[in-house]
Write a protein that binds this ligand. Structure first.
Ligand SMILES: Nc1nc2c(ncn2[C@@H]2O[C@H](COP(=O)(O)OP(=O)(O)OP(=O)(O)O)[C@@H](O)[C@H]2O)c(=O)[nH]1
Ligand SMILES: [Mg+2]
Length: 328
C-alpha cells in the first residue's frame, strides 16, 4: 500500500471520530478548492487523455506541474523519479500511476525528514517570534491570529509594533492586541529597533511568555532591509540572549514562484526558521507548498485559508495532501 492510501485510510477513520479534526480537515479542503480545480482536475483530464503512460504523457505532466508553480528544477526531479518508478514497478496505466504521483508529491515535502510545524516555544521563559515579509502579504493579521491561539492556550502574550514606517501600522496592531486580549507595545515616534528595545524591557518586567514582533515590509531595498533586521536582531540578542525562538517569513501563496524567490532572498538576509503561506484560499497556486521546502530548505509552519483567526492553521502535510487529493 502506498503512503497516500495509508493517509486516506487514517483520515477516513478520523472523519468518524474527533469533531475538531473533522473541522480542520474541512478547512483544508475548502481552502484548497481553487488549487484542486486547477491542478487535480487537470491531472484527471490528463488521465482520461492518456490511458497508457508514454513520453507524451510525461511531457504534458511536466507542463502541468510547472504551471502549478512547482519550480522547474523540482519538476524535473519529480518526472525522473516517476519515470524510474514506472519502469521498475511495471506501471503503464494512469490509474496505477495516480497513487505514485501523490506519494511522490508528499515525499517532495517530507524528503526523509520528520518535519515539524509546531512553534519552538518553551514554557517558563521568554519566547520571541519575529515576523518578516514584503508588504501586504499578511504579516500583521498572521501575528494577530497566532497571538489569539497562544492566548487561548493560556499564555501571556505581547505584540510589539516594529513597523514604524507605514502610516497606521502601529494603530492596526494595537487594535488587534485589544481584540485578541493581549499586551501591546508600540509608538511611531521612534525607530523600529528602539521600539523593540523598549517593548522587550516591558515584556521582561511583565513576565510575558511569548512576544510577537511585527516588522515593516516596505523598506526600499535589500540593503536597507538587511540593516534594519540586523539592528533588530542585535537588540534582541543583547537584551534577551537565546530568546529569539523563530523568525517567520510570511509569503502570499498567490504569488507562486515570486514567493519562492522572496524566501530565497530573505534567507540570505536573516535566519528564517519557518514559513507562513497566506491567502491559499484565493489561489490555484496551492502547489507552492510542496516545492517550497525543497527549494528553500525552510519548513512551512502555518497556512492561511481566509481572514478569520481560525483560518490560519498549523501546517499539516497529511491534511494538505488529503484535502487536495481526497477524490483523486
Ligand atoms: N483571503 C485571505 N486574506 C488574507 C489572508 N491572510 C491575510 N489576508 C488579508 O490580507 C490583507 C493584508 O494583510 P496584513 O496583515 O495587513 O499584511 P501585512 O503584511 O502586515 O501588510 P503591510 O503591513 O502593509 O506590510 C488583509 O486584508 C488580510 O485580511 C488569508 O489567508 N486569506
Ligand atoms: Mg503589517
Amino acid at each position: 500500500m502506498g503512503l497516500f492510501s495509508k493517509i486516506k485510510n487514517i483520515f477516513n477513520k478520523k472523519e468518524k471520530k474527533a469533531a475538531k479534526e473533522v473541522e480542520e480537515i474541512k478547512t483544508y479542503e475548502k481552502g484548497l478548492e481553487k488549487t484542486k480545480k486547477e491542478f487535480v482536475n487537470k491531472l484527471n483530464i490528463l488521465g482520461i487523455k492518456y490511458t497508457k503512460i508514454n513520453d507524451d504523457f510525461f511531457d504534458e505532466l511536466e507542463e502541468l506541474l510547472i504551471m502549478s508553480d512547482i519550480s522547474v528544477e523540482t519538476v524535473m526531479f519529480m518526472i525522473d523519479k516517476l519515470k524510474k518508478r514506472c519502469k521498475e514497478e511495471h506501471i503503464d496505466n494512469f490509474d496505477e500511476l495516480k497513487e505514485v504521483i501523490v506519494d511522490e508529491l508528499l515525499l517532495l515535502y517530507v524528503d526523509g525528514e520528520v518535519v515539524s510545524s509546531s512553534l519552538n516555544i518553551k514554557s517558563g521563559e521568554l519566547n520571541i517570534l519575529l515576523f518578516v515579509g514584503v508588504n501586504g502579504v499578511g504579516k500583521t493579521t498572521s501575528i494577530a491570529k497566532i497571538a489569539s491561539k497562544l492566548v487561548k492556550e493560556g499564555k501571556r502574550v505581547m505584540l510589539i509594533a516594529g513597523d514604524t514606517f507605514r502610516a497606521g501600522a502601529v494603530d492596526q496592531l494595537s487594535i488587534w492586541a485589544d481584540r485578541v486580549g493581549c499586551e501591546f507595545y508600540g509608538t511611531d515616534s521612534k525607530d523600529p529597533s528602539s521600539v523593540v528595545y523598549d517593548g522587550l524591557e516591558k515584556a521582561k518586567k511583565d513576565n510575558i511568555d511569548v512576544v510577537l514582533i511585527d516588522t515593516a515590509g516596505r523598506l526600499q531595498n535589500k540593503v536597507n532591509l538587511m540593516k534594519e533586521l540586523e539592528k533588530i536582531n542585535k537588540v534582541i540578542n543583547n537584551l534577551c540572549e537565546g530568546s529569539l525562538k523563530e523568525t517567520l517569513l510570511v509569503i502570499d501563496a498567490s504569488t507562486g514562484q515570486n514567493g519562492i524567490d522572496q524566501a530565497k532572498s530573505f534567507k540570505e538576509i536573516t535566519n528564517i526558521t519557518g514559513l507562513i503561506l497566506t491567502k491559499m484560499d484565493g489561489t490555484a497556486k496551492g502547489g507552492i507548498v510542496l516545492s517550497i521546502k525543497k527549494d528553500t530548505g525552510i519548513p512551512v509552519k502555518f497556512v492561511g485559508f481566509g481572514e478569520k483567526a481560525e483560518d490560519l492553521m498549523s501546517f499539516d502535510i497529511e491534511k494538505y495532501i488529503y484535502g487536495l487529493f481526497k477524490e483523486f
